[in-house]
Design a protein around this ligand. Structure first.
Ligand code: NAD
Ligand code: UDP
Length: 336
């Protein structure tokens, strides 16, 4: 029987875009998602884009019985693990929910993987594991000291994976630290679709441009940056999803390794630069009001992406114009 990739959280924003790439590359895929932050229709749209079939099981990574069934019957050889909760503010207010879903969920998954002798995994980590440092350019050697519960859950899972690797060299593990994923598939069929008020900048800007929200609230213009607003390393979702396929290829070919890479473009943009770029591509004015800084926000950080370039032969290709164009196409036509 042919072997499959288990994609946890495959109906979500990053998972669904990576699913498209995996299917386009000819991988056989099984998606496990509890749809807590996504919709089934996204998966139908993935089928429309790729014209390829894949299996979907609605279920939770904390449910060991579902995992046992999957590993027993579905010939899984590798896992891409996207399933998780990701709202920083919510994680501060509901830490148990975050530790339970992200950390406990990962432990249940990893235990069932070990029992089934499936020891290849690509994990969605985050640049939030780094926390604040005096240097804005973060390479993978930058010390990790997350400042919020969400970031702590990611670091704990990374460390669990490192310990598993130390105990059993047969594991192959890719830890991918994303910077700021934005944009949508160029078809406009799938994209980020926050259920609640968006926390992140670009989805909020897009909703203002679409007339769904009155104005953007800029969280501080008194940072020590050129225009006073926060600067981030925004990376197009299609670049990010390509990196996942490279990472999977890499750990499948070079067995018994653990690597950690940053996924970013290597440069930052300010809030005002993002607004200007969005206004240009959408032809819409984005009204805004400057308000207090958001607690926990850093002035600036961006990736040193050179390790991913060297190791995975991967580089982000898409610029902010394309990030805004694809976000706008998705926002205008296809909110589901
Ligand atoms: P998302 O919420 O769109 O996708 C996550 C998916 O996981 C959703 O479909 C959700 O229903 C599912 N899920 C959550 N808990 C689950 C559980 N216990 N069992 C089964 N399914 C579950 O988020 P995303 O932006 O696609 O993020 C994917 C991963 O990447 C997450 O782990 C997130 O922490 C990480 N990440 C995201 C960003 C970002 O800015 N989007 C940045 C860094 C890291
Ligand atoms: N930001 C803002 N208003 C918003 C959302 C974000 O001014 O409604 C700013 C935020 O302060 C930061 C940048 O935009 O400087 C990116 O924020 P986002 O939440 O998208 O990413 P993160 O801060 O998690 O890296």
């Amino acid at each position: 029987m042919e072997s499959k990739i288990l994609v946890t959280g495959g109906a979500g924003y990053i998972g669904s875009h990576t699913l498209v790439k995996l299917l386009e590359e000819g991988y056989d895929v099984l998606v496990l998602d509890n749809l807590s932050n996504s919709k089934l229709e996204t998966l139908d749209r993935v089928t429309s884009i790729t014209k390829k079939k894949f299996e979907f099981i609605k279920g939770d990574i904390r449910d060991k019985n579902i995992l046992k069934e999957i590993f027993k019957n579905k010939s899984i050889n590798s896992v891409m693990h996207f399933a998780g909760l990701k709202a920083v503010g919510e994680s501060e207010n509901f830490p148990i929910k975050y530790y339970e879903n992200n950390v406990l969920g990962s432990i249940v998954l990893l235990k069932e993987m070990a029992l089934a002798e499936v020891k290849t995994i690509v994990f969605s980590s985050s640049a939030t594991v780094y926390g604040q440092h005096s240097n804005n350019r973060y390479d993978e050697k930058t010390p990790t000291k997350p400042i919020n519960v969400y970031g702590k859950t990611k670091l704990i899972i990374e460390n669990i994976l490192r310990d598993i690797k130390n105990s059993d060299d047969n594991w192959s593990i890719g830890l991918l630290r994303y910077f700021n994923p934005v944009g949508a598939h160029s078809s406009g069929f799938i994209g980020e679709n926050p259920k609640e008020k968006p926390n992140n900048l670009l989805p909020y800007v897009a909703q203002v441009a679409a007339g769904l929200r009155e104005k953007l609230f800029i969280f501080g213009d008194d940072y020590p940056t050129v225009d006073g607003t926060g600067r981030r390393d925004y990376i197009h979702i299609e670049d990010l999803s390509s990196a996942h396929v490279r990472a999977l290829d890499y750990i499948q070919k070079n067995k018994n390794i653990l690597f950690t890479v940053n996924l970013g473009t290597g440069r930052s943009y300010s809030v005002f630069e993002m607004i200007n770029a969005f206004e240009k591509v959408s032809g819409k004015k984005i009204p805004f009001k400057v308000v207090e800084r958001r607690i926990g926000d850093l002035a600036e950080f961006y990736a040193d992406p050179s390790k991913a370039e060297k190791l995975l032969d991967w580089k982000a290709n898409f610029d902010i114009k394309k990030m805004c164009e694809d976000t706008w196409r998705w926002q205008k036509n296809n909110i589901i």
